[in-house]
Ligand binder design. Structure first.
Ligand code: ADP
Ligand code: MG
Length: 283
């Protein structure tokens, strides 16, 4: 008998925690009995009808469900863009459910990175300036902005693209700029609403590869909405909404590995070539 077992007389039950180490970690998101009712004139829309969900540090969760099931409403509440009508939301240990708009804006800046389906980049500014923006808002000094901005762009494979404007980048590259922007303030959490909705299948896998790497190597907690089953399989856990409630919540058995899949895809024409030609012609 080892000393460890002697000190630990009870046999560890095979709990969810034993299967998934992150289940023992600190909760980042705690939604408790969340209701959201939109009032439109005489009509009340019950978008969420009692949602309770805990997501721990280091998890990678895909949210699925049919249109109108409450996915975006939930993401807006998780992202502190909106408040629940009833219920409690604890983000990273802080009760944010009753915070004012300004307080929520501060929390968002410090703790959350957002990635959207339509990239939401400023079109007249460079990749670097787009990534710099959240740091400007949070008062990071210039030298540090420069360092972190370059590092974030490099971490999504866009080294050397700092000065390109969005229209000089492919859709996949634009989404990678958006991921870099989501990363620069070192968030506790990245939220992505249909991040691959506007991308072809190969580019979608490239974006999922970045998410998986951020989750695996940097332990970043990720929550993404998707209606595509094959995209959800890159996550570790799937939560399915229906009619404003959680209907299913399960671990992904055979998590797909985007990096491995990319290795096995046939090589493509490098879409950078065209951009480089355009630059040469402009010079
Ligand atoms: P999903 O993202 O799963 O498609 P949503 O969370 O956007 O679903 O919407 C859930 C329900 O709430 C739907 O019936 C939708 O019409 C309604 N809804 C969402 N946002 C608003 C709003 N701002 N005002 C009124 N009703 C809304
Ligand atoms: Mg939606």
């Amino acid at each position: 008998m080892s000393a460890i077992l002697e000190r630990e007389p009870e046999i560890m039950p095979l709990t969810a925690a034993a299967i998934a180490p992150e289940a023992q970690a600190r909760p980042v998101i705690e939604l408790e009995h969340i209701h959201k009712t939109y009032v439109m004139g005489e009509v009340e829309v019950h978008a969420l009808r009692g949602v309770s969900l805990t997501i721990n540090e280091g998890e990678f969760v895909a949210i699925m469900g049919t249109s109108g099931s409450g996915k975006s409403t939930t993401m807006n509440i998780i992202g502190c863009l909106d408040r629940p009508t009833r219920g409690t939301y604890i983000l990273d240990g802080q009760d944010v459910s009753r915070m004012s708009k300004d307080e929520r804006a501060d929390i968002r800046l410090q703790k959350i990175g957002f990635v959207f389906q339509g990239f939401n980049l400023l079109s007249r500014t460079s990749a670097f300036e787009n990534v710099e923006l959240p740091m400007l808002y949070s008062g990071v000094e210039a030298a540090e902005r420069d360092r972190r901005g370059r590092e974030a762009l490099a971490s999504v494979g866009l080294e050397g693209r700092e000065q390109n404007h969005p229209n000089q980048l492919s859709g996949g590259q634009q989404q990678r700029v958006a991921v870099a922007r989501a990363l620069v303030n070192n968030p506790a959490l990245i939220l992505a609403d249909e991040p691959t909705g506007n991308l072809d299948s190969r580019t979608s896998i490239e974006v999922m590869e970045i998410f998986q790497r951020l989750n695996r190597e940097r332990g970043i907690t990720l929550v993404l909405v998707t209606h595509e089953t094959d995209i959800a399989e890159y996550a570790k856990r799937v939560v399915v909404f229906k009619d404003g409630k959680i209907r299913k919540d399960y671990r992904v058995n055979n998590q797909r590995n985007a990096a491995e899949e990319l290795k096995n895809l046939p090589p493509v024409q490098d879409d950078d070539d065209d951009d480089d030609m355009a630059e040469i012609v402009q010079e």
